[in-house]
Unconditional design. Structure first.
Length: 267
């Protein structure tokens, strides 16, 4: 079974966010970072035996025709996307248009699904949504799609049946990330990533853990999961030795929360 993951171009999203006067000053290369969430899921899916394609159409500056051409060459059975709230309609635009050319099941995940799972499934082009952590939910869903199994027992899944949107039971969060494969950076054009604050390139992003223990009113908290210092440094070594990465940008909100682990990582 072939699974494609797409990070679509951001151009139309930026036009939505800014006025024409401001947009003309916008720099596409201010921060062009790898889609770490998709790279993680791609790596996990591949570790379970599926054939995977990860297409960062944003950094490659691909047109609609070029995306369709690459997808048709790969011939996916399923296409996966990630969705964040402020970029929802840009991603939806790509999903709807790609669906016209390649009519395979569309699966979405990401932070937006933790807030508006049923609203997201109300759009015809979206077939399935993964709410919360996607690791095991997506694997069980792919197996169900491939073998035409009932999906009612897949925790964390939102789907459609007989014209109704069904939200299954929540899936418990993992307690460790050390057994999750490193992101599939071999499927990405690493040499193209850069940030305006970087002194050397290529750069990449990393997370040393996920979640947050605080309950801020403007956010939704997820369980705090720390990676071990050894696991973090092993990935850093892979980035340097295998991919020639020059700078690593940590994306954790809570990197320094555990002082002992920070010092162990630095040592």
């Amino acid at each position: 079974m072939k699974v494609a993951l797409l990070y679509p171009p951001e151009t139309s999203m930026h036009k939505q966010l800014y006025t024409k006067k401001i947009f003309k000053f916008y720099s596409k290369v201010g921060a062009v970072l790898p889609p770490l969430n998709l790279a993680y899921i791609a790596s996990y899916i591949r570790s379970k035996g599926y054939e995977v394609m990860l297409l960062d159409a944003n950094v490659l500056n691909l047109s609609y025709k070029e995306i369709i051409s690459r997808f048709k060459n790969f011939n996916p059975d399923v296409i996966l996307y990630t969705m964040v709230t402020f970029d929802f309609f840009n991603t939806l635009h790509w999903i709807e248009n790609i669906k016209k050319e390649i009519n395979v099941p569309t699966v979405v995940g990401g932070p937006h699904l933790s807030i508006f799972p049923k609203d997201t499934l109300s759009y015809d082009a979206i077939d399935y949504a993964v709410k919360g952590e996607g690791w095991d939910t997506i694997i069980e869903l792919l197996d169900a799609i491939e073998h035409n199994k009932n999906k009612k027992n897949i925790k964390g899944l939102v789907y459609k049946k007989d014209g109704k949107i069904i939200k299954n039971e929540e899936r418990p969060w993992k307690t460790s990330l050390d057994n999750v494969p490193f992101p599939a950076r071999d499927l990405l054009p690493n040499e193209k990533y850069n940030a305006i604050i970087a002194k050397k390139k290529p750069i990449t992003t990393m997370i040393a853990g996920s979640g947050c223990p605080f309950q801020c009113a403007y956010c939704f908290s997820t369980p705090l999961i720390f990676r071990s210092a050894k696991n973090i440094v092993d990935e850093m070594e892979e980035c340097v030795n295998k991919y020639g990465i020059k700078e690593i940008m940590f994306y954790d909100e809570t990197f320094t929360l555990n002082k002992k682990r920070v010092l162990e990582t630095m040592d």
